[in-house]
Design a protein around this ligand. Structure first.
Ligand code: BGC
Length: 481
């Protein structure tokens, strides 16, 4: 036994992918020079998005969200929240009391026909789900304040006005781009006539994530999603967010929704794109758009790995050059497989074997499982590295000494190593005088929506003239005891 093994248990070294596979996938590995180049270009894109004169031609839009204040933990009240933006639609009832939060929610599926149908159908469906929920919860008589988490690029013109710039993530409903989605929701609700709501805020899921995390952690200044889609928001000085056109309510800051998914739509990321990325884009519902998102997020990760596998099979270096009907089927290699395969203990192929069997690749041998895992690793690591470079750009831009990043989304939640890979890469890339921390944010889309509505209500109350003092009524008078 070698010296190193005497004091601790020695695991056998993890089996290595074949050199030929590694060589063929080298283009999917981003070294620090490439990531530094990314940071330089992305910084320029953010600055262009923020400035009034360059925003119209900027690819990264940096939309001001009109959220000027973070929660302070004293928010109170009962709120409805709607959450549209991923594979499901949710309605929530959220009750905030001090540092406690109670939530009830119901998930409704959005059928494919609605995702690509008319806007009217989509909003009628949302209104129907809301009415069903309110009935089930016995809320019919109440007019509750509502926060609407709508996770698509919105040009906000206030906290309750959001004009859709473009659809992303497989949605393409007609008649919505260019319109205020709050109005479309209100119209659909009044078409039914059985529910009453008071929309207090429309927000992006990144905003909800940041708010939800900031509720407990006052250093939180970035919200990040790595789920079906990918995006970030961060705390910017109002003076820098030139599109922000409301009076300062005191903080001097405003949350900016970067919409970083669009980064690269003008070719800025061509220096690190591959043919696999181009193929994903070509087959998508929105070719030419959301280039950065397509290299990162869960909607595309499994398909990217599938394209890599198919190429290696064609080249005769995986599965003995023999594929299957299923592996040739578009979107058949699910993103959850990537997490599952990378969750196998080193040297064990339990999940990999089962997935290969499911995909008709029963002829796989052990080295194929090792190579398959490597295919997953290069794609998920590249995603984590791009996100890390994006976050470091924002950390440098803000210049705050300590920042917590609130994060949500299925890839971050379920992938076994994305968090660690990000910590490692960000530490390498970030100015060492900035301390950062990555924190899973609990249910930003629900609780975050309620918090945005609650903070807005608090601000409104604080800015209203103080009511004339009146003697307390018998009921309100504090009990003496
Ligand atoms: C949307 C963003 C959203 C992100 C994560 C992207 O496709 O454009 O608004 O925040 O997905 O859900």
């Amino acid at each position: 036994m070698g010296d190193a093994c005497k004091s601790k248990v020695c695991n056998p070294p993890a089996p290595e992918a074949s050199p030929v596979v590694k060589e063929k996938l080298a283009e999917l590995v981003l070294d620090n020079d490439k990531l530094k180049k990314y940071i330089e270009i992305f910084t320029d894109n953010i600055n262009r998005g923020l400035k009034k004169s360059t925003n119209p031609t900027s690819i990264v839009k940096c939309f001001p969200t009109y959220v000027q204040d973070l929660p302070n933990g004293t928010e109170e009240g009962k709120f409805l929240a709607l959450d549209l933006g991923g594979t499901n639609f949710r309605v929530l009832l959220v009750e905030l009391h001090g540092d406690q939060c109670e939530m009830k929610s119901k998930i409704f599926a959005i059928p494919q026909s609605i995702m690509t149908g008319s806007g009217e159908q989509l909003f009628d469906h949302i209104a129907e789900c809301l009415a069903t929920f309110c009935k089930e919860e016995g809320l019919e008589g109440e007019v509750l304040p509502l926060g609407f988490t709508f996770s698509f690029p919105l040009v906000q013109k206030g906290l309750t006005v959001g004009v859709l710039e473009r659809w992303t993530k497989g949605f393409k409903c007609s008649g919505v781009v260019g319109n205020d989605v709050v109005q479309l929701l209100e119209q659909a609700i009044s078409r039914r006539g059985d529910t009453k709501i008071d929309v207090c805020a429309i927000l992006n899921d990144t905003t909800g994530t940041l708010m939800s995390c900031a509720w407990k952690n006052h250093d939180c200044a970035i919200g990040l999603i790595i789920g079906t889609g990918s995006n970030s928001c961060y705390v910017e000085k109002q003076a820098n967010a030139e599109l922000f056109d409301e009076p300062d309510m005191g903080s001097g800051e405003v949350l900016v929704n970067t919409e970083w998914g669009a980064f690269g739509d003008d070719g800025a990321l061509d220096f690190c794109r591959t043919d696999y990325d181009k193929e994903i884009d070509k087959n998508s519902i929105n070719p030419g758009y959301q280039v950065h998102e397509k290299m990162i997020s869960g909607m595309y990760m499994g398909e990217l790995v599938r394209l890599v596998i198919v190429k290696l099979i064609e080249d005769g270096v995986l599965f003995g050059g023999k594929g299957s009907d299923l592996i040739n089927e578009r979107d058949r290699f699910y993103t959850k497989y990537v997490s599952e395969i990378e969750s196998d203990a080193p040297g064990s192929f339990e999940n990999a074997r089962q997935i290969c069997e499911e995909l008709g690749l029963k002829h796989a041998v052990d080295q194929d499982y090792v190579n398959l895992r490597y295919c997953c690793e290069v794609v998920s690591r590249r995603s984590a590295h791009l996100v890390s470079a994006g976050l470091v750009t924002l950390l440098h831009k803000m210049g705050k000494p300590v920042v917590t990043v609130g994060i949500d989304g299925s890839v971050y939640r379920f992938h076994p190593t994305v968090h660690d890979v990000m910590m490692e890469k960000m530490t390498e890339l970030c100015d060492p005088s900035i301390k950062f921390n990555l924190m899973l944010s609990e249910d930003g889309s629900g609780r975050g929506a309620a918090l945005v509505a609650a903070v807005a209500a608090r601000k409104k109350d604080n800015s209203a003239p103080a009511p004339a003092a009146a003697p307390p009524s018998a009921e309100e008078a504090p009990a003496e005891g």
